[in-house]
Design a protein around this ligand. Sequence first.
Ligand code: 7TS
Length: 414
Amino acid sequence: MSNLNVEQIRKDFPILQRKIGGKQLVYLDNAATSQKPRSVIDALTGYYEGYNANIHRGIHTLAEEATDAYESVRDTVREFIDAEHSHEIIFTRNSTEAINLVAYSWGNANILPGDEIVLTAMEHHSNLIPWQRLATERNAKLVFIPITECGQLDMEEARKLISSKTKIVAVTLMSNVLGTINPVKELAKLAHEKGAVILVDGAQGVPHVKTSVRDLDVDFLVFSMHKMLGPTGVGILYGKTELLEAMPPFQSGGHMITSVWRDKATWTELPWKFEAGTSNIADVIASGKAIEYLTALGMDNVREHEIEITKYALKKLNELGDITIFGPKDATLRGGVISFNVDAIHAHDIGQICADAAIAVRAGHHCCQPLMRDLNVMGTARASFYIYNTKDEVDLLFEALKEADKVLGHVACR
Ligand code: 7TS
């Protein structure tokens, strides 16, 4: 048993009381977005009802309160990922925007024709397409670290592919399809040995695995608050000071300048150089509550709970005949994401049958079309867990899949 009191945790999430067609909601789509605790919801209304004002601009009380609340979250984030300085934390809209910021700003300043950008075969489109565009514009080359039969990165290949031509390695901390947790510390070392930098896509990893940018020695880390109990609309870009300082702004306009003339302007310092326009104040403030919630639980406990539930789910789902589960077999090598196909049943049909049982799972390509091609599938069904999920809910998923057998006649039970 993990140290999480799941029964108690569930009481903090109003939506988990929801019934669909008279059945209790079973939410297993956490890799898409997590649910939000009462403290996060209250922080949103607390801001709008109590101190709604634009930040950094006014000297009135509301503006000061809003600015303090917003800026204090920067430090909360800094501490959560063990960054050295809070000016290394940039608020964006989501992980996608954070990656685009780096690909545009760092990429255009550093990538030259013939340079190589090393990605992996398991990247989400968000950590692929910005690099494709950059490579096309700069006449650079994309190189992909392949995946082994066990769904892990082929590190022998990685050692060969990361070379003196490599300028950046951009890799996911955890796959949103396979669940694989990647050895980013080792990849950071390989990149640095060749004079390259590393960007880690933490959209799936950071919500589930304790992450220290200093221990991993990564140059850029991105993640999205909505996948870790926070509201939508807030992404985080962490970057090492010297890299961020050397980078030109991504977007420009109000708030990111010091002096402006008719024909030119000078940029303000970090982190505001990268936060043009009015920020997503309310959602950033509420994001602080999400991090406080996770910190109070303890990220080690979060991980332990997920290993336990993933181990149970892998065992239970394997009791179904004709099921293919993708990714590492060992729950300690993966996060709480299980993609699977049941022979001859379309993933969308599985999703629909689960939905009829009030179970939310996802079906499709999960924004990983190249990986789907490598796996030789059109798509998969996917169940993904978080702190409030229980083994009973896994049992309900199992029952729904058996129901799929009855309805569609293809699942044989061992
Ligand atoms: N990177 C990874 C590994 C992801 O899983 C996702 C979203 C993103 C980046 C993009 O995050 P965003 O917040 O910018 O949208 N993944 C998923 C998913 O698996 N299902 O829905 C969204």
